[in-house]
Write a protein that binds this ligand. Structure first.
Ligand SMILES: [Zn+2]
Length: 67
């Protein structure tokens, strides 16, 4: 499981079980033209990264930050 680099709590890109639901990163659409998704930590609200819609790269982003 990826961890938030700010608060150290576990986060998942996409919840697959009810237990994961509270760990799922929040996704917010930003940008009117370049549609990007802003991912933020469900625990501390820190922004974890941005990604183009449909390109799920957050897993790598989070792992890169926590390395
Ligand atoms: Zn956090």
């Amino acid at each position: 499981m990826a961890k938030c680099p700010y608060c150290g709590n576990g986060v998942v890109l996409k919840a697959e079980t009810d237990a994961d639901a509270a760990l799922e990163v929040r996704k917010e659409m930003v940008g009117m033209i370049r549609k990007e998704v802003m991912y933020s930590c469900p625990h501390c609200d820190a922004v974890l990264g941005f990604g183009r819609v449909g390109i799920p790269r957050l897993q790598g982003v989070i792992q890169g930050l926590t390395r």
